[in-house]
Design a binder for this molecule. Structure first.
Ligand code: PEP
Ligand code: MN
Length: 281
């Protein structure tokens, strides 16, 4: 028996990597595998935007070699006066986009009452940093079969994060991807401190795929590309970034969002880094 408090998530219980697979969907869609030899890039606006912006973004992702789009329909905002997301309408827009482009999507669920609706339509459900220890929500997504991207709580240890993954797995859903998105430290030069130590540490503790989000992890567009390169170099299986055709006009998180040229440049660099360490992209 495993000596760790997390049992199902532990490498002591299972020594082969867990592959989280999304079957082909929509027009011309391709299978996506998280945790395999290929590094997967997820990109998209912070919030679901207009159909036109979503279509332009999907085209830019496909052109650059990204495999899946991200966008929040339910948004956890620090201010109750800030835009809260398009909700169910946003989900419909993402589903239509998938039908048209073949790109699967990741979107956040914040409320246990919405889990069924979101898990039914999304290819991957995201648990945001603020909900990493919302145990009711973890149990609810654990009872679905939809893959879960579990973001690290902004003040949580790696062990607490693995215990949250354990909640999802213990409730029947083995398809968990861990996502480092920066933690809160005394440093104010960046929005968060991207803890890339977590990547090789997790690789010694768990078989689950590891993602890194350098957009929230740094908070500034010009820091995203270098930290994405570093994340691939230290062993991340997935890179998730915020992109938008005109970041200055993005509904949320524009200051950390890449435009398509910056994203394409990052993709070229990530392919080179992946190749250098014997991985594909
Ligand atoms: C997001 O991905 O847009 C988001 C809200 O992330 P986090 O929960 O990491 O802040
Ligand atoms: Mn965001």
């Amino acid at each position: 028996m495993s000596s760790k408090p997390y049992k199902l998530a532990s490498l002591e219980t299972r020594s082969e990597p867990t592959l989280v697979t999304i079957p082909p969907c929509g027009r011309g869609g391709k299978k996506v595998v998280f945790g395999g030899p290929g590094v997967v890039v997820v990109a998209g606006p912070c919030s679901v935007e207009s159909t036109e912006i979503m279509e332009l973004t999907a085209a830019a992702i496909k052109k650059a070699g990204g495999r899946i789009i991200r966008a929040g329909a339910f948004k956890p905002r620090t201010s109750p006066y800030a835009f809260q997301g398009l909700g169910a309408q946003g989900l419909r827009r993402l589903a239509q986009l998938r039908e048209k482009t073949g790109l699967p999507f990741i979107t956040e669920v914040m409320d246990t009452r919405d889990v069924e609706m979101v898990a039914e339509v999304a290819d991957v459900v995201q648990i945001g940093t603020r909900n990493m220890q919302n145990f009711s929500l973890l149990k609810a997504v654990g009872r679905t079969h939809t893959p879960v991207l579990l973001k690290r709580g902004l003040a949580n240890t790696i062990e607490e994060w693995l215990m949250s993954a354990e909640y999802i797995m213990a409730n029947g859903n083995p398809n968990v991807i861990l996502c480092e998105r920066g933690i809160r430290t005394y440093e104010r030069a960046t929005r968060n401190t991207l803890d890339l130590n977590a990547v090789p540490v997790l690789k010694t503790l768990t078989h689950l795929p590891v993602a890194v989000d350098p957009s929230h992890g740094t908070g500034y567009t010009h820091l995203v590309r270098p930290m994405a390169r570093a994340a691939v170099a230290c062993g991340a299986d997935v890179i998730m970034v915020e992109i938008h055709p005109e970041p200055a006009k993005a509904i949320s998180d524009g200051q950390q969002t890449q435009d398509f040229a910056e994203f394409a440049k990052m993709m070229t660099e990530l392919k080179a880094v992946a190749r250098a360490i014997g991985r594909k992209m």
